[in-house]
Design a protein around this ligand. Structure first.
Ligand SMILES: Cc1cc2nc3c(=O)[nH]c(=O)nc-3n(C[C@H](O)[C@H](O)[C@H](O)COP(=O)(O)OP(=O)(O)OC[C@H]3O[C@@H](n4cnc5c(N)ncnc54)[C@H](O)[C@@H]3O)c2cc1C
Ligand code: SF4
Length: 491
């Protein structure tokens, strides 16, 4: 068995884990990061969807919920975690969500407290608004529709630098323009002395006398690794963190571990336009429409090359063939629901089983959202609109099983709540009832956000790291060493 020692052992190198690791290491701590997946080489990113799905996503992008309806739930795996394959959209936590967290979960996280954390993250990730030129013609279709209907909309803020609008963000950015944590925070962590071990599947958190003593892991070649560390930060993501806590016998007293799962279920519609759209050109997610945010749904860009469109176009047979022959005139846009449905993750034979059923209120949001989606495309001048419904189903009366859903934002399975009887973690993200175990990923986010979560996760991780160092968060510029070369390697 191999043995290593550190002050902090961080499990998972995704959105939350990478941020914690870099901030702790730069704060002078000895940090060891264990990541189950590999270090992906950006030079090998081919932009070909079928090939990249198999390499960058967990289980070849086949992770799905069990329930009504089943929902595809893609997860990244490797250094950078899901940030490596995400769309790059950056939203701060909406103030009304923070107010709700204070009232409902006793979390002292107001806008002013989190502002320096968001500033640090946004600076580290080069977050900036997409320009109209980069947004492309697909975004322009939706923007035109929203303009004509008088709906609130805008260009999204994203973590990209030198983006060329190649349109394949979710298949691995081939030019490393997308500033995911694998090329931002991880190089900073290693430059500050952190050690990263890839292919390390953490099996258990070792707890002795009520406090963390480290973790045990299985390495890719089958060897065992034991890490001795007085502080463990779990950042395996919303689906796998509760399973690691369960295997370690931690965080179960409140009955919430693995429960309270929110997903932001989503879908997308297509339209056939008169003009050439060529949706493969431009940033796929570059425009949002938040006119209906208070009704619980939002529209955000979605698009991709022909191989991707062929997979998600909600048509079959002859109609599918005909629409794909007109690919250049196809436009696409996404619909995301801020869900009230709650699911649960548990392990069966060591694998995650994700149970999630869409509640009536969320079904009503999808029905309303799809009708609005059709209105949007028609206002933009669409000849035909293809809604993501089973053959014969109508948006007004669609049942859960008529919907074709995906979800990209699992949250809440180790939810933070100041009360040990209600949350797996407390307001400082420490696991209730154990010393030295903290959580820094989507699982602590106690409710759906209504907006994309990566910035919220990273801001909470920043606050946690500074808390562990016993320092106030400074919004000062990120230190030197944060820069990466065009191919994404640390320089
Ligand atoms: C296609 C797609 C598009 C998205 N687009 C956006 C977007 O535009 N904006 C946005 O805000 N969000 C987006 N998201 C969501 C966002 O990327 C995630 O919410 C975020 O990355 C989650 O961070 P995390 O730290 O919880 O987990 P992750 O980033 O998933 O990291 C978890 C890491 O832990 C590792 N791990 C798991 N188990 C173990 C173990 N036992 N031992 C060691 N390591 C382990 C995993 O391999 C993984 O690398 C998108 C997601 C997807 C799938
Ligand atoms: S659109 Fe920009 S961020 Fe997305 S893959 Fe292309 S270059 Fe990278």
């Amino acid at each position: 068995m191999d043995r290593l020692e550190a002050d902090f052992c961080v499990v998972g190198a995704g959105a939350g884990g990478a941020v914690v690791a870099a901030e702790l290491a730069e704060g002078g701590a000895r940090v060891l990061v264990l990541e189950q997946g590999p270090q992906h080489d950006p030079d090998s990113f081919t932009a070909r969807p079928p090939e990249m799905l198999g390499r960058l996503y967990r289980d070849g992008c086949q992770t799905a919920t069990v329930g009504s309806p089943p929902i595809l739930l893609p997860l990244g795996r490797g250094v950078g975690g899901t940030t490596l394959v995400n769309s790059g959209t950056c939203f701060r936590t909406p103030p009304h969500v923070l107010e709700r967290w204070a009232e409902e979960f006793g979390l002292e996280l107001d806008e002013a407290t989190l502002a320096p954390c968001f500033e640090r993250v946004e600076q580290a990730l080069s977050v900036a608004e997409v320009t109209p030129e980069l947004a492309g013609a697909n975004a322009e279709v939706a923007r035109r529709g929203a303009e004509r209907l008088g709906w609130s909309h805008g260009y999204l803020r994203r973590n990209a630098r030198g983006c060329v609008g190649s349109g394949v963000c979710v298949f691995g950015c081939p030019t490393s323009a997308k500033q995911h944590t694998g090329i931002t925070y991880i190089p900073r962590a290693t430059a500050a002395g952190a050690q990263i071990v890839t292919g390390a599947d953490v099996q258990q958190i070792i707890v002795e006398g009520g406090r963390a003593r480290g973790v045990s892991a299985r390495l890719a070649d089958g060897r065992r690794l034991e890490v001795r560390a007085p502080e463990v930060v779990v950042a395996c993501g919303t689906i796998h963190t509760p399973l690691l806590l369960e295997r370690s016998g931690l965080g179960g007293a409140c009955g919430q571990r693995g429960g309270n799962l929110a997903l932001h279920p989503a879908t997308s519609a297509f339209a056939l336009m008169d003009e050439d759209v060529d949706m493969a050109r431009g940033v796929p997610q570059s425009v949002y429409i938040d006119e209906f945010a208070s009704d619980g749904f939002m529209f955000e860009g979605a698009a991709g090359p022909p191989a991707y469109a062929a997979m998600v176009l909600p048509l079959t047979g002859e109609r599918h063939t005909r629409a794909m022959a007109d690919y250049r005139r196809l436009a696409q846009f996404g619909l995301m629901v801020s869900d009230e449905s709650r699911g649960r993750v548990h392990a069966v034979a060591g694998r995650a089983v994700i149970r999630y059923d869409l509640c009536d209120r969320d079904l009503a949001k999808f029905r309303a959202g799809l009708l609005r989606m059709r209105e949007l495309f028609l206002a933009a001048g669409a000849r035909e609109v293809y809604l993501p419904l089973a053959p014969g189903a109508r948006p007004e009366s669609a049942r859960p099983r008529d919907l074709k859903l995906m979800a990209f934002h699992p949250l809440g399975t180790a939810r933070a709540d100041a009360r040990a009887t209600h949350g797996v973690t407390d307001g400082d993200l420490a696991v209730h009832g154990t010393l030295g175990v903290h959580v820094a990923d989507g699982s602590v986010v106690p409710s759906a956000l209504g907006v994309n979560p990566q910035l919220t996760i990273m801001a909470l991780a920043t606050r946690l790291a500074f808390g562990l160092l016993g320092r106030a968060v400074s919004s000062a510029p990120a230190p030197a060493g944060a820069h990466t070369s065009a191919n994404g390697r640390a320089s």
